[in-house]
Design a protein around this ligand. Sequence first.
Ligand SMILES: [Zn+2]
Length: 360
Amino acid sequence: MRLSCACVLLVALLSGSHFCLAQGGAGPKESKTYVIRAARMFDGKGERVVAPGLVVVSGGRIVSVGAGAGAPPAGAEVIDLGDATLLPGFMDAHTHLTGEASDDWKQDELDSLKKSIPEQTLDATEYARKTLLIGFTTARDLGSGDLVDVGLRNAIRNGKVWGPRMLVAVRAIGATGGHCDPTGGYRPGIFDRTTGISDAVADGPDAVRAAGTYLVPTLMAAVGLSERLEKGSYFPPQVEAKARAAIASIRATFQKAVAKKVRIAFGTDAAVYPHGRNAEEFRHMVELGMRPVDALKAATSVNAELFGVSDRLGTLEAGKLADIIAVPGDPTQDIRQTERVFFVMKEGVTYRNDRAGAKP
Ligand SMILES: [Zn+2]
């Protein structure tokens, strides 16, 4: 999608006793030791949820996992989450955290030209915060302009803004006239391609080299487009035709991929639908035939492999960064529990715990 962009510097930090973000100019660093307990856990790579859930965290990393870890270390703070399942922080392989499509195509076009970079940046901080607080601790962001994604990534990394750890593509690549070409539909010459162009254009097989090994389905992109079409939102005719064709084919494509055991990663094209609904992708994957445990792996260990970060993220294992989330109940029994994340820890820092104060 076409996106506008900006650069981030202001912060709207949540406050209250349930939140404890380390303050200061450097990134949030958590040196405390925690013992996180819950009725169950899914480690991101196994075949089933196991009971009980127990993870010991120190210095922002996982020290030990499972009931065999022994007695809690002296001085550790115990976080008991009760009837819940611990999971590795979710990862989204296709986001656009620097923008969001509305129901008004023409206004979005105008905003991309008129909205100041600071205003776009402030919007982006809110999208990033929402995404983190629903359990997505890592996002691969695929296309931004004016280096806003780089600024947002750095501000999050430095602890200025709440958001998922970001891997950024900077510019999306598409064909002339395609949806990565911001000059499409305007009078020729109105834009100077050397300045102000958000995306990158490349034509032909020699210019575009797509590497081949995971399918990132983005079923939620079809959901978002369908919802806007059902509301009667305006799209240019050629865009609407393309959207309808994509919606018509995306579910069948996904089912074929499941049947043929294609490696399926988890990505949603967040921005095509409103930010904060990323986890709805899980239920669409399961409704189309994917096992719940495989959908959970797609958003954790499979995405970590795809991103090249499986040495430090994607599973609940000793030595990994302490990105840990919790959902009520058992998500392999009811995949929609993934939409009810109530505990979010990233690198040992707790950003959300709706059950704070629960007694062991
Ligand atoms: Zn996209």
